[in-house]
Design a protein around this ligand. Structure first.
Ligand code: PMP
Length: 444
Protein backbone atom coordinates (compact mmCIF):
# COMPACT_ATOMS: atom_id res chain seq x y z
CA UNK A 1 0.00 0.00 0.00
CA UNK A 2 1.35 3.44 -0.87
CA UNK A 3 2.08 5.77 2.02
CA UNK A 4 -0.51 8.23 0.80
CA UNK A 5 -3.24 5.62 0.48
CA UNK A 6 -2.87 4.47 4.10
CA UNK A 7 -5.63 5.48 6.49
CA UNK A 8 -4.73 8.81 8.14
CA UNK A 9 -1.76 9.37 5.80
CA UNK A 10 -1.48 13.07 4.96
CA UNK A 11 -2.44 14.35 1.55
CA UNK A 12 0.64 15.16 -0.51
CA UNK A 13 -0.76 18.38 -1.94
CA UNK A 14 0.25 21.00 0.61
CA UNK A 15 3.98 20.38 0.94
CA UNK A 16 5.90 22.03 -1.93
CA UNK A 17 9.02 19.88 -1.91
CA UNK A 18 12.50 21.36 -2.41
CA UNK A 19 14.70 20.39 -5.36
CA UNK A 20 12.12 17.80 -6.38
CA UNK A 21 10.05 17.13 -9.46
CA UNK A 22 6.91 17.48 -7.32
CA UNK A 23 4.38 16.09 -9.77
CA UNK A 24 6.54 13.06 -10.62
CA UNK A 25 7.31 12.38 -6.96
CA UNK A 26 3.73 12.67 -5.78
CA UNK A 27 2.64 10.13 -8.40
CA UNK A 28 5.03 7.55 -6.89
CA UNK A 29 6.28 8.79 -3.52
CA UNK A 30 9.27 7.44 -1.62
CA UNK A 31 8.85 8.03 2.11
CA UNK A 32 11.19 7.42 5.03
CA UNK A 33 9.53 6.64 8.36
CA UNK A 34 12.51 6.08 10.65
CA UNK A 35 16.26 5.64 10.73
CA UNK A 36 18.84 3.95 12.90
CA UNK A 37 22.57 3.48 12.41
CA UNK A 38 23.27 2.83 8.71
CA UNK A 39 19.64 2.26 7.71
CA UNK A 40 16.41 4.02 6.92
CA UNK A 41 13.06 2.27 7.11
CA UNK A 42 10.43 3.35 4.62
CA UNK A 43 6.77 3.91 5.41
CA UNK A 44 6.18 0.53 3.76
CA UNK A 45 8.54 -1.10 6.23
CA UNK A 46 11.47 -1.66 3.83
CA UNK A 47 15.03 -1.21 5.12
CA UNK A 48 17.26 1.00 2.98
CA UNK A 49 21.03 1.16 3.44
CA UNK A 50 22.11 4.79 3.63
CA UNK A 51 24.82 5.27 1.02
CA UNK A 52 24.70 9.06 1.27
CA UNK A 53 24.59 9.92 5.00
CA UNK A 54 21.21 11.50 4.30
CA UNK A 55 22.39 14.51 2.29
CA UNK A 56 26.11 14.28 3.17
CA UNK A 57 25.33 15.13 6.78
CA UNK A 58 24.62 12.16 9.06
CA UNK A 59 28.30 11.32 9.52
CA UNK A 60 27.85 9.55 12.87
CA UNK A 61 24.91 7.47 11.66
CA UNK A 62 21.22 7.82 12.43
CA UNK A 63 19.23 7.93 15.63
CA UNK A 64 22.05 8.89 17.98
CA UNK A 65 20.57 8.89 21.48
CA UNK A 66 23.38 11.07 22.83
CA UNK A 67 22.40 13.87 20.45
CA UNK A 68 18.67 13.45 21.05
CA UNK A 69 19.14 13.54 24.84
CA UNK A 70 21.39 16.60 24.70
CA UNK A 71 18.81 18.44 22.58
CA UNK A 72 15.95 17.45 24.88
CA UNK A 73 17.85 18.57 27.98
CA UNK A 74 18.76 21.86 26.35
CA UNK A 75 15.22 22.59 25.16
CA UNK A 76 13.91 22.09 28.68
CA UNK A 77 16.69 24.20 30.25
CA UNK A 78 16.72 27.03 27.72
CA UNK A 79 14.78 26.60 24.50
CA UNK A 80 15.58 29.94 22.96
CA UNK A 81 17.17 33.23 23.84
CA UNK A 82 17.95 36.12 21.52
CA UNK A 83 21.53 36.19 20.27
CA UNK A 84 21.48 39.88 19.45
CA UNK A 85 23.05 41.96 22.24
CA UNK A 86 22.59 38.95 24.50
CA UNK A 87 24.10 35.49 24.86
CA UNK A 88 23.74 32.06 26.37
CA UNK A 89 26.65 29.95 27.57
CA UNK A 90 26.16 26.95 25.29
CA UNK A 91 26.81 29.00 22.13
CA UNK A 92 30.13 30.20 23.57
CA UNK A 93 30.92 26.64 24.68
CA UNK A 94 30.24 25.22 21.23
CA UNK A 95 32.28 27.95 19.53
CA UNK A 96 35.17 27.17 21.86
CA UNK A 97 34.94 23.45 21.08
CA UNK A 98 35.01 24.25 17.38
CA UNK A 99 37.94 26.64 17.87
CA UNK A 100 39.90 23.76 19.41
CA UNK A 101 39.67 21.78 16.15
CA UNK A 102 39.86 24.79 13.83
CA UNK A 103 42.53 24.42 11.16
CA UNK A 104 45.45 26.73 10.45
CA UNK A 105 48.80 27.11 12.17
CA UNK A 106 49.29 29.02 15.42
CA UNK A 107 49.31 32.41 13.71
CA UNK A 108 46.69 31.66 11.05
CA UNK A 109 44.09 29.75 13.01
CA UNK A 110 40.49 29.99 11.82
CA UNK A 111 39.13 30.05 15.33
CA UNK A 112 36.63 32.90 15.23
CA UNK A 113 33.23 31.40 14.59
CA UNK A 114 29.95 32.89 13.34
CA UNK A 115 26.86 30.68 13.64
CA UNK A 116 24.19 30.35 10.96
CA UNK A 117 21.23 28.08 10.29
CA UNK A 118 22.39 26.23 7.15
CA UNK A 119 25.05 25.84 4.49
CA UNK A 120 23.45 28.50 2.31
CA UNK A 121 23.44 30.95 5.19
CA UNK A 122 27.07 30.11 5.94
CA UNK A 123 28.03 30.91 2.35
CA UNK A 124 26.17 34.21 2.22
CA UNK A 125 27.64 35.11 5.62
CA UNK A 126 31.19 34.30 4.46
CA UNK A 127 30.80 36.40 1.30
CA UNK A 128 29.50 39.34 3.31
CA UNK A 129 32.31 39.00 5.86
CA UNK A 130 34.84 38.98 2.98
CA UNK A 131 33.48 42.22 1.53
CA UNK A 132 33.22 43.82 5.00
CA UNK A 133 36.81 42.78 5.73
CA UNK A 134 38.11 44.37 2.55
CA UNK A 135 36.27 47.59 3.35
CA UNK A 136 37.61 47.58 6.91
CA UNK A 137 41.20 47.52 5.65
CA UNK A 138 40.59 50.38 3.24
CA UNK A 139 39.89 48.21 0.18
CA UNK A 140 36.34 49.37 -0.38
CA UNK A 141 36.54 48.88 -4.15
CA UNK A 142 36.84 45.14 -3.66
CA UNK A 143 33.33 43.73 -4.00
CA UNK A 144 33.67 41.30 -6.91
CA UNK A 145 33.35 37.61 -6.05
CA UNK A 146 34.91 34.67 -7.88
CA UNK A 147 33.44 31.17 -7.83
CA UNK A 148 33.96 28.18 -10.08
CA UNK A 149 31.99 26.43 -12.80
CA UNK A 150 30.13 23.47 -11.31
CA UNK A 151 30.53 24.94 -7.86
CA UNK A 152 27.58 24.52 -5.50
CA UNK A 153 27.27 27.00 -2.68
CA UNK A 154 23.65 26.72 -1.66
CA UNK A 155 20.68 28.73 -2.78
CA UNK A 156 20.99 32.19 -1.24
CA UNK A 157 21.50 35.04 -3.67
CA UNK A 158 25.20 35.12 -2.79
CA UNK A 159 25.50 31.37 -3.15
CA UNK A 160 23.81 31.15 -6.55
CA UNK A 161 25.94 34.05 -7.78
CA UNK A 162 29.25 32.36 -7.05
CA UNK A 163 27.80 28.91 -7.74
CA UNK A 164 28.29 27.45 -11.18
CA UNK A 165 25.13 25.41 -11.57
CA UNK A 166 23.25 26.72 -14.56
CA UNK A 167 19.85 25.52 -13.35
CA UNK A 168 20.29 27.30 -10.01
CA UNK A 169 21.18 30.58 -11.67
CA UNK A 170 19.14 30.78 -14.82
CA UNK A 171 15.93 32.34 -13.63
CA UNK A 172 17.18 34.51 -10.78
CA UNK A 173 19.03 37.80 -10.63
CA UNK A 174 22.55 37.54 -9.29
CA UNK A 175 25.29 39.52 -7.65
CA UNK A 176 28.07 40.06 -10.22
CA UNK A 177 30.52 37.17 -9.98
CA UNK A 178 32.99 35.39 -12.23
CA UNK A 179 33.80 31.74 -12.43
CA UNK A 180 37.01 29.80 -12.72
CA UNK A 181 36.91 26.83 -15.05
CA UNK A 182 36.07 23.58 -13.28
CA UNK A 183 38.74 20.93 -12.80
CA UNK A 184 36.91 18.02 -14.33
CA UNK A 185 39.04 16.67 -17.16
CA UNK A 186 38.24 13.07 -18.05
CA UNK A 187 40.63 13.04 -21.00
CA UNK A 188 43.57 13.32 -18.57
CA UNK A 189 42.23 12.15 -15.23
CA UNK A 190 39.80 9.23 -15.59
CA UNK A 191 39.46 6.53 -12.87
CA UNK A 192 41.62 8.25 -10.28
CA UNK A 193 41.79 7.34 -6.60
CA UNK A 194 42.46 10.49 -4.58
CA UNK A 195 43.81 13.60 -6.27
CA UNK A 196 44.32 13.63 -10.05
CA UNK A 197 47.79 14.35 -11.40
CA UNK A 198 46.82 16.89 -14.03
CA UNK A 199 45.21 20.29 -13.88
CA UNK A 200 46.98 22.45 -11.26
CA UNK A 201 47.37 25.11 -13.96
CA UNK A 202 43.58 25.61 -14.04
CA UNK A 203 44.06 27.74 -10.92
CA UNK A 204 45.75 30.31 -13.17
CA UNK A 205 42.27 31.28 -14.33
CA UNK A 206 42.29 33.50 -11.28
CA UNK A 207 45.29 35.40 -12.67
CA UNK A 208 43.28 35.87 -15.85
CA UNK A 209 40.43 37.41 -13.85
CA UNK A 210 42.82 39.67 -12.00
CA UNK A 211 44.19 40.84 -15.35
CA UNK A 212 40.66 41.38 -16.66
CA UNK A 213 39.08 43.18 -13.70
CA UNK A 214 42.00 44.39 -11.59
CA UNK A 215 42.82 42.90 -8.19
CA UNK A 216 41.47 46.07 -6.58
CA UNK A 217 37.92 45.01 -7.54
CA UNK A 218 38.05 41.42 -6.23
CA UNK A 219 37.08 40.64 -2.63
CA UNK A 220 37.17 36.86 -2.48
CA UNK A 221 37.38 33.56 -4.29
CA UNK A 222 35.24 30.66 -3.06
CA UNK A 223 35.63 26.99 -3.96
CA UNK A 224 34.63 23.65 -2.52
CA UNK A 225 37.90 21.81 -1.81
CA UNK A 226 36.12 18.75 -3.22
CA UNK A 227 33.00 19.67 -5.19
CA UNK A 228 30.31 17.30 -3.98
CA UNK A 229 26.81 18.12 -5.16
CA UNK A 230 27.89 18.64 -8.76
CA UNK A 231 29.45 15.24 -9.13
CA UNK A 232 32.49 14.69 -6.90
CA UNK A 233 35.26 16.75 -8.50
CA UNK A 234 38.54 16.24 -6.66
CA UNK A 235 41.14 19.02 -6.94
CA UNK A 236 44.19 18.10 -9.02
CA UNK A 237 47.48 17.92 -7.12
CA UNK A 238 48.85 21.42 -6.58
CA UNK A 239 45.63 23.18 -7.62
CA UNK A 240 44.55 24.43 -4.20
CA UNK A 241 48.13 25.44 -3.37
CA UNK A 242 48.26 27.54 -6.52
CA UNK A 243 44.89 29.14 -5.83
CA UNK A 244 46.09 30.02 -2.33
CA UNK A 245 49.29 31.60 -3.68
CA UNK A 246 47.43 33.70 -6.26
CA UNK A 247 44.91 34.90 -3.66
CA UNK A 248 47.69 35.87 -1.25
CA UNK A 249 49.63 37.65 -3.97
CA UNK A 250 46.65 39.84 -4.90
CA UNK A 251 45.00 40.42 -1.51
CA UNK A 252 42.01 38.24 -2.42
CA UNK A 253 40.45 36.27 0.44
CA UNK A 254 40.21 32.52 -0.15
CA UNK A 255 37.05 30.83 1.11
CA UNK A 256 36.72 27.05 1.28
CA UNK A 257 33.13 25.84 1.28
CA UNK A 258 33.43 22.79 3.52
CA UNK A 259 29.70 22.21 4.00
CA UNK A 260 30.28 18.67 2.70
CA UNK A 261 33.95 18.08 3.45
CA UNK A 262 33.88 19.40 7.03
CA UNK A 263 33.61 16.99 9.97
CA UNK A 264 35.21 13.84 8.75
CA UNK A 265 34.26 13.17 5.17
CA UNK A 266 37.94 13.06 4.14
CA UNK A 267 39.13 11.44 7.36
CA UNK A 268 40.11 14.75 8.95
CA UNK A 269 38.13 17.51 10.63
CA UNK A 270 38.37 19.64 7.50
CA UNK A 271 39.55 19.25 3.90
CA UNK A 272 41.83 22.13 4.82
CA UNK A 273 43.76 19.73 7.08
CA UNK A 274 43.66 16.95 4.50
CA UNK A 275 45.11 19.04 1.68
CA UNK A 276 47.37 21.20 3.88
CA UNK A 277 46.15 24.41 2.27
CA UNK A 278 44.63 27.02 4.59
CA UNK A 279 42.00 29.48 3.41
CA UNK A 280 40.96 32.67 5.21
CA UNK A 281 37.35 31.60 5.80
CA UNK A 282 35.66 28.18 5.94
CA UNK A 283 31.93 27.57 5.63
CA UNK A 284 30.35 24.53 7.30
CA UNK A 285 26.95 22.98 8.13
CA UNK A 286 25.64 19.39 7.74
CA UNK A 287 28.08 17.20 9.76
CA UNK A 288 28.39 20.05 12.28
CA UNK A 289 25.30 18.67 14.06
CA UNK A 290 25.17 15.27 12.35
CA UNK A 291 22.22 16.69 10.42
CA UNK A 292 20.04 16.34 13.52
CA UNK A 293 19.30 20.05 13.97
CA UNK A 294 19.80 22.62 11.19
CA UNK A 295 22.92 24.68 11.78
CA UNK A 296 25.92 26.17 10.02
CA UNK A 297 29.16 27.76 11.19
CA UNK A 298 31.62 30.09 9.47
CA UNK A 299 35.23 29.78 10.63
CA UNK A 300 37.23 32.99 10.16
CA UNK A 301 40.93 33.62 10.54
CA UNK A 302 41.93 36.03 13.28
CA UNK A 303 43.21 38.36 10.56
CA UNK A 304 39.71 38.61 9.08
CA UNK A 305 37.94 38.77 12.42
CA UNK A 306 40.27 41.22 14.10
CA UNK A 307 40.17 43.65 11.18
CA UNK A 308 36.45 44.06 11.83
CA UNK A 309 36.76 44.47 15.60
CA UNK A 310 37.60 48.17 15.44
CA UNK A 311 35.49 51.27 15.26
CA UNK A 312 33.80 53.42 17.87
CA UNK A 313 32.84 51.93 21.23
CA UNK A 314 29.42 50.27 21.09
CA UNK A 315 29.33 50.02 17.30
CA UNK A 316 28.03 46.72 15.89
CA UNK A 317 31.07 45.41 13.99
CA UNK A 318 29.18 43.28 11.48
CA UNK A 319 25.61 44.21 10.66
CA UNK A 320 24.55 40.64 10.07
CA UNK A 321 23.00 37.72 11.95
CA UNK A 322 20.08 35.34 12.16
CA UNK A 323 17.34 34.80 14.74
CA UNK A 324 18.66 31.25 15.02
CA UNK A 325 22.41 32.04 15.07
CA UNK A 326 23.81 29.90 17.87
CA UNK A 327 20.42 28.35 18.66
CA UNK A 328 20.73 26.55 22.01
CA UNK A 329 19.30 23.24 20.74
CA UNK A 330 21.56 23.27 17.69
CA UNK A 331 24.60 24.00 19.88
CA UNK A 332 23.64 21.10 22.17
CA UNK A 333 23.36 18.82 19.13
CA UNK A 334 26.70 20.10 17.86
CA UNK A 335 28.57 19.50 21.12
CA UNK A 336 27.13 15.98 21.40
CA UNK A 337 28.13 15.36 17.77
CA UNK A 338 31.71 16.48 18.37
CA UNK A 339 31.83 14.21 21.42
CA UNK A 340 30.75 11.25 19.30
CA UNK A 341 33.27 11.99 16.53
CA UNK A 342 36.02 12.19 19.16
CA UNK A 343 35.00 9.34 21.47
CA UNK A 344 34.31 6.89 18.65
CA UNK A 345 37.34 7.97 16.61
CA UNK A 346 35.13 8.34 13.53
CA UNK A 347 37.53 10.57 11.60
CA UNK A 348 40.38 8.11 12.03
CA UNK A 349 37.98 5.37 11.09
CA UNK A 350 37.05 7.16 7.86
CA UNK A 351 40.74 7.62 7.02
CA UNK A 352 41.42 3.94 7.71
CA UNK A 353 38.55 2.83 5.45
CA UNK A 354 39.57 5.06 2.53
CA UNK A 355 41.77 2.56 0.67
CA UNK A 356 39.26 -0.30 0.93
CA UNK A 357 36.43 2.04 -0.04
CA UNK A 358 38.34 3.18 -3.12
CA UNK A 359 39.23 -0.39 -4.16
CA UNK A 360 35.63 -1.57 -3.71
CA UNK A 361 34.08 1.30 -5.66
CA UNK A 362 36.65 1.20 -8.45
CA UNK A 363 35.73 -2.46 -8.98
CA UNK A 364 32.59 -1.11 -10.70
CA UNK A 365 34.83 -0.04 -13.59
CA UNK A 366 33.85 -1.89 -16.75
CA UNK A 367 30.14 -2.13 -15.92
CA UNK A 368 27.82 -0.93 -18.68
CA UNK A 369 27.89 2.85 -19.28
CA UNK A 370 30.36 3.63 -16.49
CA UNK A 371 32.78 6.21 -17.93
CA UNK A 372 34.59 7.38 -14.80
CA UNK A 373 34.99 6.66 -11.10
CA UNK A 374 36.43 9.16 -8.63
CA UNK A 375 37.05 8.54 -4.94
CA UNK A 376 38.54 10.42 -2.02
CA UNK A 377 37.96 9.96 1.70
CA UNK A 378 34.56 8.30 2.09
CA UNK A 379 33.19 9.91 -1.07
CA UNK A 380 32.71 8.40 -4.51
CA UNK A 381 31.45 9.69 -7.83
CA UNK A 382 30.51 7.25 -10.58
CA UNK A 383 29.91 8.94 -13.90
CA UNK A 384 27.63 7.33 -16.48
CA UNK A 385 27.17 7.94 -20.16
CA UNK A 386 23.88 9.72 -20.92
CA UNK A 387 21.14 7.63 -22.44
CA UNK A 388 20.34 8.93 -25.93
CA UNK A 389 21.62 12.36 -24.97
CA UNK A 390 19.10 12.71 -22.12
CA UNK A 391 21.29 13.91 -19.28
CA UNK A 392 20.53 12.25 -15.97
CA UNK A 393 17.84 9.83 -17.15
CA UNK A 394 19.90 6.67 -16.79
CA UNK A 395 21.34 7.72 -13.44
CA UNK A 396 17.84 8.53 -12.19
CA UNK A 397 16.66 5.04 -13.19
CA UNK A 398 19.58 3.56 -11.26
CA UNK A 399 18.63 5.69 -8.24
CA UNK A 400 15.00 4.47 -8.28
CA UNK A 401 16.07 0.88 -8.84
CA UNK A 402 18.59 1.01 -5.96
CA UNK A 403 16.01 2.54 -3.65
CA UNK A 404 13.53 -0.20 -4.42
CA UNK A 405 16.19 -2.85 -3.76
CA UNK A 406 17.27 -1.23 -0.48
CA UNK A 407 20.09 1.24 -1.16
CA UNK A 408 20.01 5.03 -1.03
CA UNK A 409 22.34 6.70 -3.53
CA UNK A 410 22.33 10.24 -4.83
CA UNK A 411 22.37 11.31 -8.45
CA UNK A 412 23.34 14.61 -9.96
CA UNK A 413 23.06 14.72 -13.72
CA UNK A 414 24.80 11.58 -15.00
CA UNK A 415 26.82 11.13 -11.84
CA UNK A 416 26.07 8.86 -8.90
CA UNK A 417 27.44 10.25 -5.65
CA UNK A 418 28.10 8.13 -2.57
CA UNK A 419 29.02 9.36 0.92
CA UNK A 420 28.02 6.84 3.58
CA UNK A 421 28.01 7.56 7.31
CA UNK A 422 31.51 7.17 8.74
CA UNK A 423 30.27 4.28 10.93
CA UNK A 424 29.95 2.06 7.84
CA UNK A 425 31.19 -1.53 8.26
CA UNK A 426 33.38 -3.10 5.57
CA UNK A 427 30.62 -5.64 4.81
CA UNK A 428 28.23 -2.75 4.13
CA UNK A 429 30.69 -1.27 1.62
CA UNK A 430 30.40 -4.64 -0.11
CA UNK A 431 26.60 -4.42 -0.01
CA UNK A 432 26.66 -0.96 -1.61
CA UNK A 433 28.90 -2.14 -4.42
CA UNK A 434 26.89 -5.28 -5.03
CA UNK A 435 23.47 -3.54 -5.08
CA UNK A 436 24.75 -0.68 -7.20
CA UNK A 437 26.54 -3.05 -9.58
CA UNK A 438 23.32 -5.04 -10.12
CA UNK A 439 21.37 -1.84 -10.77
CA UNK A 440 23.95 -0.67 -13.29
CA UNK A 441 23.68 -3.99 -15.11
CA UNK A 442 19.90 -3.65 -15.24
CA UNK A 443 20.14 -0.08 -16.53
CA UNK A 444 22.39 -1.09 -19.40
N1 PMP B 1 27.68 24.49 0.09
C1 PMP B 1 27.94 23.23 -0.26
C2 PMP B 1 29.31 22.84 -0.69
C3 PMP B 1 26.93 22.27 -0.22
O1 PMP B 1 27.17 21.02 -0.60
C4 PMP B 1 25.64 22.66 0.22
C5 PMP B 1 24.50 21.67 0.30
N2 PMP B 1 24.61 20.49 -0.39
C6 PMP B 1 25.43 24.01 0.56
C7 PMP B 1 26.47 24.89 0.51
C8 PMP B 1 24.08 24.48 1.01
O2 PMP B 1 23.75 23.98 2.23
P1 PMP B 1 22.21 24.03 2.73
O3 PMP B 1 21.44 23.11 1.84
O4 PMP B 1 22.31 23.58 4.16
O5 PMP B 1 21.77 25.43 2.63
Amino acid sequence: MDAHSKPNAPSLDSYWMPFTANRQFKAAPRMMASASGMHYTTTEGRRVLDGTAGLWCVNAGHGRRQIASAVERQLLDLDFAPSFQMGHPIAFEFAERLAEIAPGGADARLDRIFFTGSGSESVDTALKIAIAYQRSIGQGTRSRLIGRERGYHGVGFGGISVGGLVNNRRVFPQIPADHLRHTHDLSRNAYVKGQPEHGAELADDLERMVALHGAETIAACIVEPVAGSTGVLVPPKGYLERLRAICSKHGILLIFDEVITGFGRLGSSFATDHFGVTPDIITTAKGLTNGAIPMGAVFCSRMVHDALMHGPDGQIELFHGYTYSGHPAACAAGIATLDIYRDEGLLTRAAALEADWADAIHALKGLPNVIDIRTIGLIAGIELASRDGAIGKRAYDVFVDCFEKGLLIRVTGDIIALSPPLIIEPAQIGEIVSMLGDALQRAA
